[in-house]
Write a protein that binds this ligand. Sequence first.
Ligand code: PLP
Length: 389
Amino acid sequence: MKPRTSQRTGYFTESVIREMTRLAILHEAVNLAQGFPDFPAPEAVKQAAIRAILDDVNQYAITWGAKRLREAVARKIGRYNGVAGVDPEREVTVCCGSTETMIASLMAIINPGDEVVIFEPFYENYGPDTYLSGAMPRFVTLREPGWRFDERELAAAFNDRTRAIIITTPHNPTGKVFSREELAFIAGLCQRWDAIAITDEIYEHILYDGVAHTSIASLDGMRERTITVNAISKTFSVTGWRVGYAVAPPDLTDAIRKVHDFLTVGAPAPLQEAAAVALDFGPDYFDDLSKAYARRRDLLISALSDAGFRCFVPQGAYYVMTDISAFGAPDDVAFCDRLIREAGVAAVPGSSFYRTEGGGRQQVRFCFCKRDETLHRAADRLQGLGGKG
Ligand code: PLP
């Protein structure tokens, strides 16, 4: 008999994170696994979406994105990311969330046998994304506590087959924010090996302790070899809206637009109008966002530390990676299972962020994009877990 499913679907498993959400619902656990806010989206963004629907912006938008949104993206990347003069007609593509933006970008540039360098631990989609696009991933490990990469190891991962490197800054799951020096080192390798930097900057506005966000596209010589992937999902607490975008030089944009058109035709038209309004919010919104997340971060870290976890304090994004050695659990999966069943808190086993055998076996990720009351409920449940830390 012929196999009924494609080989490529055999290379990866279902999402561990979404499976943890399913278990959280089943066991009525506090869900600190999947990174979606449980508090309302900003009123002005919701009103803009309602207005657009009532104004009958209800048919297909231009496939590569509503003009108004592409113009707002170009303004934003000039203002915030230091990439001036982006042409919204030739360098911006709107997709369905950064998830589609990433896979469309990879499919636009990958040929069979090409390699893509990925830092591990990594946001779990990148593994399947590379396989679906036909690339071979090459993993380079970020090591705790600072989650820095070894320059020699990274340099050794590049070769003639390297087509791209995926960077996530601020980083999920570790909360690392790549420094300008680290990005300059990566840029040098991209230039030496004629590789493209694909940078996922979806957490660019969630930053702590005065740490600044640097976009690799703003470094000398990198704009023409960078695809910047982003979305409104996290910054505006609208993960269900599915509006993301790629900013890339015109030749890459042409290819991304073609893939995107045949994958999804377009992102939701009225929500694109609301996204344009959101991107033009003033600095106060973004300051308040970081401040509110810093408070939630501190609340969760204090609860986790009291319970016996060793926390790696994030510089950005809304996750805490922890070390669970103090609990004496056989591994992260068994620990998360116990955490859901006994304590009623869902988290993500660290190993789901690694491909290297044994990676993340004593690590667990928690998210803190939740209301204070949710975090307090989790804190209460975490007490008495029996960590020796
Ligand atoms: N990129 C990173 C690093 C993420 O953490 C997530 C969601 O958790 C996504 C992309 C998905 O973004 P979107 O909902 O816009 O597809």
